[in-house]
Design a protein around this ligand. Structure first.
Ligand code: NI
Length: 221
């Protein structure tokens, strides 16, 4: 299941983040240094040095904001968000077809996210293309919006043709390993919340809540 956080960041927050990331002294490095052995040959970008204090300050604030988003909480059921990276692609750069590693130093990757920090009018190309069983979908979101998608998919970032594409990417380890179970829980949670809004805490709400909590216990890691 894919879902979008529309928006995650306000225009002002995007502006502040961009100014910090694009400052002359911001420590950017070759992105291939952090690619898995099989993806190194197709990864062409730069990443903010994850050991720098600038990265640590920006990444921890952004991770907190992501984790507090109600849709992310309900749909992803996160245990943790890990390996947040700031990435920029200039003309000719992109990231060829690959699948993300299942396990990273920070945790398991059940869901991947891309937060766009450049608007679609600031670069050409650079589409995030996801290979679904039904075909490909190409994604370019407004600055401040994020896409969350299953880490199990093959995907790529098309080469940038003009301008610069600035994003934050990262991974979520979910309490629920299987995406079909996660989706059912999200729908059940959405239904019980709608019922609560319409009818309050009636008996049927309590029954649905019991199902939700017990399925979470049953399926959770
Ligand atoms: Ni990837």
């Amino acid at each position: 299941m894919h879902f979008r956080l529309e928006p995650l960041l306000s225009e002002g927050q995007v502006g502040e983040l961009r100014a910090a990331l694009l400052a002359d002294d911001a420590p950017w490095r070759d992105g291939a240094e952090t690619a898995g052995w099989h993806a190194r040959g197709v990864k062409r970008n730069r990443q903010l040095d994850p050991s720098s204090s600038l990265h640590q300050t920006l990444a921890s604030a952004l991770a907190d904001q992501l984790l507090q988003h109600p849709l992310l909480q309900a749909a992803a059921l996160p245990v943790q968000l890990h390996n947040l990276r700031f990435s920029r692609c200039s003309v000719g750069e992109g990231y060829g077809r690959h699948v993300d590693n299942a396990y990273m130093v920070g945790g398991r990757s059940d869901l991947s996210f891309t937060l766009f920090l450049s608007g679609p009018d600031q670069y050409g190309g650079g589409d995030l293309v996801l290979e679904n069983p039904a075909g490909e979908s190409a994604v370019r979101l407004p600055a401040g919006h994020a896409l969350v998608y299953p880490s199990s998919l093959l995907h790529r970032v098309e080469p940038v043709t003009w301008g610069e594409r600035l994003v934050a990417v990262g991974w979520i380890q979910s309490r629920i390993r299987r995406s079909d179970q996660r989706e059912l829980l999200f729908e059940l949670d959405t239904a019980r919340r709608a019922l609560f809004r319409e009818q309050g805490k009636e008996e049927i709400f309590d029954l649905l809540s019991r199902c939700y909590s017990n399925l979470l216990r049953l399926w959770g890691d």
